[in-house]
Design a protein around this ligand. Sequence first.
Ligand code: ADP
Length: 201
Amino acid sequence: LKSPYAGGHLEVIVGPMFSGKSEELIRRLTRAVIARQQVAVFKPALDDRYHTASVASHAGRSLHALPVPDAAAIRAALNGEGPLLHAKPALPDVVGIDEAQFFGPDLIPLVLELADAGVRVVLAGLDLDFRAEPFGVMPELLARAESVEKLSAICTVCGAPATRSQRLIGGQPARFDDPVVLVGAQESYEARCRLHHDLGH
Ligand code: ADP
């Protein structure tokens, strides 16, 4: 009998900021590394929250990852056209990608191709943006995944399970139509439940 996960497949880990997506990704990938599987880890180059060449959780755990500008760079790295962490010349057993919401639509054909080729693909990313709208490529990835884990954080206002990321500008709730990049503004994020997610209207 073939187990459902014997071949390639797609696993997606989602939730708001601070829900432990990076922690869960690191946990799954570390187990694969311990099992002596070839593991390649990628993250968007723009995410320079912690060390540039690793996936890091807010709790401080980390794993080496290759920062890439786009999905084409992941394809190039897997084809041996660049440095590839943890992986041999052949396709790795496992491909992990953190902050998947920041990739463009070409991430989808790439991960489907990898899964079809027998690779276990594990993605982590925000399902919703700070407006609580579906984030970029994530809805389609969720639909196409064999396995989906939706994590929650702790609401910083009431302690309930938090499913949303509250954006704050100068300590005040960001408005729905505030620009994504605000020069010179003091910006921060908090995990919030549905009730305490505030779009400033
Ligand atoms: P994500 O990748 O989803 O942003 P991380 O794995 O980086 O999450 O971080 C999760 C960690 O963030 C938790 O283990 C905890 O230490 C910390 N944390 C900070 N604020 C919160 C919060 N409001 N709710 C839950 N965890 C929080």
